[in-house]
Design a protein around this ligand. Sequence first.
Ligand SMILES: [Zn+2]
Ligand SMILES: [Zn+2]
Length: 833
Amino acid sequence: MSFDDRPERYPFREIEAKWQAVWEDTQQFKVTEDRSRPKYYCLEMFPYPSGRIHMGHVRVYAIGDLLARFKWMRGFNVLHPMGWDAFGLPAENAAIDNGVHPAVWTHENIENMRTQLRRMGISYDWDRELATCDPVYYRWEQLVFIRMFERGLAYKKRSTVNWCPSCQTILANEQVEAGRCWRCDSEVVTKDIEGWFFKITDYAEELLEWCERLPGWPERVMTMQRNWIGRSEGAEFDLPVVGRSDVTLAIFTTRPDTSFGMTYAVLAPEHPLVESLVTDPEERQEVARFRQEVARESEIERLAADRPKRGLRLRARAINPFNGKEIPLFLADYVLMGYGTGAIMAVPGEDQRDWDFAVQYGLPIVPTVKRPPDWQETQAYTGDGVKINSGFLDGLGVAEAVRKAIDWLVAQGIGRAKINYRLRDWGISRQRYWGAPIPIVYCAACGMVPEREDRLPVVLPEDVQISGKGGSPLAEVPSFVHTRCPRCGGPARRDTDTMDTFVESSWYFLRYCSPGFDQGMFDREAAEYWMPVDQYIGGIEHAVLHLLYARFFTKVLRDLGMITADEPFTALLSQGMVIKDGAKMSKSKGNVVDPDELIRRYGADTARLFSLFAAPPEKDLDWNDRGVEGASRFLNRVWRFVTAHLDELRGAAAVASGALSEPGRLFRRTIHETIHRVTEDIERDFHFNTAISAVMELVNALTELERVSLHTVGSRERGALLREGVETVLLLLGPVCPHMTEELWSALGHEGSLFRRAWPTADAEAMARDEVQIVVQVDGRVRSRLTAGVAAPEADIREMALADGRVRPWLDGRQVAKVVVVPGRLVNIVTRG
Ligand SMILES: [Zn+2]
Ligand SMILES: [Zn+2]
């Protein structure tokens, strides 16, 4: 009987519901700090509770679950938690649109998504679930804020910030993408406003250094972080201002060797020195107008290489200390206050932006590096070469000239070597409601005072009118604003900003270690046991946002003495997007696939199998319905095969490998080669798709064995091999399709969960390829070649030769007169007709 004769589909609805209930009832995935086993902390980036899971979620959670279950089977104590990144603007916008309180909206969404995730059958320890909007969660964040405030790591300043007019809030630099809001895509403007900052710049060097010490991270992400931190070595020195001995203008340059080519200098329009450099009322007005124009540009626009630059020539002039020449001073939009000193020396010969500006404003260009012979002087030259037009630096190479220029600056007492970073402090104030309140109080007598620790949390009030009209909604809640000063007890008012939601996601992985702990942010012992996260999984879009903030926050907590880990995530897997018809799934394109619908029609195992099989995890996954059908057909095939052979499988006894026939030995080798390949693919390369196709090939080999082998393999051996093959398929497929494999595993008569079984180990002896090629002749002419074990018995080889597909046609209608076997070399079949 062939399995294809049984048309019924496997009953995934009952099976999936059944095993989800069993796992829950037996608390299969609940973990504690078991020191007898190695730990493995597997974490997928937690979702924003938008209300429904999408295919991107299915993909990332299927990857996480595969790894978690695989590690369970490899003997690890696996922490695999799930929670909700629950603060943020969409809840507030829903409140404005539908009149639902953000808390109600958020909790309803969490309910829905939890139900959906449970239907996927993921191995979460649901006892550890958390939501960041819960006061028992954010109270610890407020505590850490206070500790950071006390150490100067959290501070308030007035500054020019990115402002999203649509979200009505400040955005951190990391949250502005190509001049637009990361959340709503509105054009970002700048605004002068007071806000809170975390001093991530204090950690720039360490964050950068550790980029080299995290080999488990994708190089692409590390490069983005390195560029974002943007370390540059150079020099800082003073430019004298003509006729103004009271003023010196400090400038930063990465190319002090080019100083002789400085033909002008530029200040950021916001530079504080402008006030004292510009005294004439008329010029002051010009400056004010210019500043207004620049304020309308976003930082990204100002830094863009391919747009005209905007400048204003000042009446004041400076002196190039290297050659004593007077040079003009400009304000220009392409120089930013936040980088270096906010002023630069302009060397148009060797810097493209300076070149563009010099051409635009008709300023001289003096090259200081000898150009290659075929060089067309139509752009700045940034390559290496011999110094020219550079006084005492002439004749040197660039690197040597840099050193010598710095030595000269030091000797003159006007400058020094300096390292600069592009990274700026993290602006965390948000003028919105649905976030964690900043635990700071303003008292007329005491000034800015942190809330007392025993009065935490500062709870977000619920009776708030959310209009979206701008300004912090908390400022409109008198019962929140008016409080007592923690220091003198006098009347005081609270800070009405809330924290960036990226603060909550900077430490949630620590809270999972002991989610119920009420004596602090986390139970230290538990955190020491579980941290760092061994495998983190999430999208590349977080490369310089969450992934940088979480690294920073972990280092802060370490320096506060709360934990010893230097880094939060040992390894990171960044999965690609799920796309359909070549485009990202979106409602507006009408190409969204609803996971709920998919699971209803095909079951969770099929959805998981498809999303793991269709593409390697780091690549985009192109959705196609045929692929889903294929995954479903494969699972049905496995189901029918196993159920059709249940009696034979249950009754099978093991056969010693030495006693196997030659076809049996070859089949067993396939089993163990598959184990080897799947293990390597998962453990070493995350090549889940090729791992799955190896299992599919093993299933093919199983059906082959069943079809062709009864006359060459005895029934006892066949039963044993089928059982070993089927069990291997179920164990290897378990982490991908846990429901069906668990059901079939128990149908084979096993007690207890498949996921408490050891992952199979490849038997080196069974895999040994100690075999030879044997030529098969018919009447003296070569007709085929066989592969057989060196020790294969003569009778087996003779049997294989006669059954060989390429030999059989030559025997058609003829009688075999004689078969000569030369062991290890040749079979000659002599016929007569
Ligand atoms: Zn926005
Ligand atoms: Zn006070």
